[in-house]
Write a protein that binds this ligand. Structure first.
Ligand SMILES: Nc1ncnc2c1ncn2[C@@H]1O[C@H](COP(=O)(O)OP(=O)(O)OP(=O)(O)O)[C@@H](O)[C@H]1O
Length: 302
């Protein structure tokens, strides 16, 4: 049965000496949800994930799974892909996965079957008897994903699982994460690849300086952000829109202008100003991308 409450991160705070790594970090990854955890370098993503997995202790706050504080035995039901990766370099791929599955409490036969299945699924069949250290970095990452999945976990916490993967491996990883969340488990992963996060995730949390500053569906976040107007007026001189009240020029190049338009500004005023410069080939509104929102949040934070 799928529990109603998922993975709850509740007001986590953590300092390293004078550095405040987390300050009241709060969010929930619901069962069946694919949650993207994004933020600048040093924003606190890895620290949060380590605390969730019990690798690191918080100064205050709590982590709960299915409504209860996490214990050693519930933690065994987590699948974790640490940022620093955690494989034994001299162990063979198959042996490693079987070993890890058994460590999580799987009987030997099941462990072998699960390791074989994930090896095939993740395109590692030819590499199964190679030592991990002899694999390319991308293939090591595939093994690392297999290691997070081999014991059929109830929660998946993955620190930058997509970094360094080729496009085929990105597709495989995306598919696996979608399947796992569709099967009802909470999946949280951090990433700097915002186009991928925008495409894949049900909800996204944007972290800045150790605090969750925006957390919602991609659609809701994009709708709440101010939209941009794209104007293509080939004969328009540079600065043509600079004097229009309530309008900020975001970029301007070869007659293509992107404008941020304040609330209550009549876009027909902008269209008339564009037409005054000559022909207008494009005049369209665009919702901000996740990358645009991210930049805004980080800028505001500074
Ligand atoms: N062991 C440590 N000792 C001291 N400071 C640390 C330690 N680990 C992390 N920090 C600091 O805590 C803050 C949060 O780091 P964290 O690694 O959680 O960020 P992150 O969001 O995962 O960054 P990235 O995207 O670069 O991986 C940073 O200021 C970092 O320098």
């Amino acid at each position: 049965m799928v529990p109603e409450a998922g993975l709850e991160i509740d007001r986590l705070s953590k300092r390293y000496g004078d550095v405040v790594a987390l300050s009241d970090m709060t969010f929930e990854v619901r069962p069946g949800e694919l949650f993207g955890f994004v933020g600048s370098n040093g924003a606190g993503k890895t620290t949060t994930m380590r605390i969730a997995l019990g690798v690191l202790e918080a100064d205050s706050g709590a982590v709960r799974w299915a409504g209860d504080p996490i214990t050693l035995s519930t933690r065994r039901r987590f699948g974790y892909m640490p940022e620093e990766r955690g494989l034994y370099p001299k162990m063979k791929v198959l042996d490693q996965l079987v070993y890890l599955a058994k460590l999580h409490g799987m009987p030997a036969n099941d462990a072998h079957r699960a390791a074989d299945d994930w090896i095939v699924r993740l395109g590692l069949r030819e590499r199964r008897l190679d030592e991990v250290q002899k694999l390319s970095l991308g293939n090591q990452q595939r093994v690392q994903l297999a290691a997070a999945l081999v014991h059929d976990p109830d929660v998946l916490v993955l620190d930058e699982p997509f970094s360094g993967l080729d496009p085929v491996a990105v597709d495989v990883m995306s598919q696996v994460l979608k399947e796992k969340s569709a099967a009802g488990i909470p999946v949280v992963f951090s990433s700097h690849q915002l186009d991928l996060v925008q495409r894949l995730c049900d909800r996204v949390g944007i972290v800045n300086k150790g605090t969750m500053v925006a957390c919602d569906t991609v659609d809701a976040l994009r709708s709440a952000g101010s939209s941009e107007l794209h104007v293509h007026a080939p004969a328009a001189p540079p600065g043509w829109a600079a004097g229009i009240a309530g309008v900020t020029v975001v970029s301007e190049l070869d007659g293509h202008t992107s404008l941020r338009v304040g609330d209550g500004v009549d876009d027909q005023v902008i269209l008339r100003a564009a037409l005054d410069t000559g022909p207008v080939h494009e005049f369209s509104r665009h919702r901000p991308s996740l990358a645009d929102l991210f930049r805004d949040v980080v800028k505001e934070g500074r």
